[in-house]
Design a protein around this ligand. Sequence first.
Ligand SMILES: [Fe+2]
Length: 385
Amino acid sequence: MSFDFFNPVKIHFGTDSLKDAGKIAKKYGTHALIVTGKSSMQKSGVLDKLVKILKDEGINSIVFSDITPNPTIDEIDAAAKLAKEKNIDLIIGLGGGSPLDSSKAIAVAAKGNIPVWDYLKIQPKGALPIITIVSTSGTGSEVNRFSVMTNTKTGEKPGFGYECMYPKEAIIDPVIMQSMPKYVTATTGFDVFVHVLEAYTGKISNPIADSYCEKAFALLRESFIAACNEPENIKARSDMAIASALAGLAIDSAGVGIIHALEHPVSGNFPNIAHGAGLAALIIASMELNIKDKTCREKYAKVAHIFGNIKGNKTEEDMAYELIETVKKILSDVGLNAKLKDLGVSEDKLEKISKEAFTTMNFAVLNNPVVLGEKEALELLKDSF
Ligand SMILES: [Fe+2]
């Protein structure tokens, strides 16, 4: 076995840790671009609070609030242009996965002279310093280097990440998460589950990432449903925030698999679909495929155990299949048992989606425990339809 494990992100976790944003940001400059979405951080009052906290420390901030779910390269290039015009020193991503992912892509594009899409092939020379302030418990983007962006002309939605894209510091304040609506809590929380499931069972899984995954599974078991049903439950929100960060660290080192490889083109082609809802539609068929791999089966059995399934006289295979039943129950408990067609995917796009998994997310296909080609990927999409 050989592996690398690296993560340079300084994490500030705690209730009301938002108050430290000014002191943290001051280390990186006096002109900040806050990158956020169109409404939730405005409605919850967190954006205004952040602007004031920064101002109190002498930091001028400009707000770019045009980031949509499944952020586009046009949005990212527009924000990068603004950052250059205003001589911005640092980028602060505020919100869920979309603004956080975008903040990293903007930080790269603002430092260079080419459209952000070109950085899929060209290594960037560097990036502006990035601070993440996360409002959901989902992507883990707050602590890793990854960014996902959509090309609206082609529907492609690749993930990418370079070492310069690691946030310098991440603020994880569970109080901010109390305003997250139930559906967002469910879809982002399910994203956490799939991150750890795919990192734990992927070909490049490693013992350090595994230990993060095992802790994240335990936190999900304890608090996922509670966070969905009791928005103000700070213990559940804290547990989910930690699970999200652990999952973000795990995928940074151990990657994701076929569920993510297929979901990106699903929500790339159908941008109204939430990432976690797409993952939920794809997970059962993917697990039924991956359970055929012996190492994956062993890991599934371990996860089933963490989720409270008692081994007794059962075989490893029995336990692994019990995990699939556990996942079905979770999906039903959090209201995410829609198939692809229920989410609005049209059948004539399935072939395009399966092809794009191999062109834009091939690193994830290659990390999947079971080797599969376009034909098997298409079958999996049809089973999930
Ligand atoms: Fe994800």
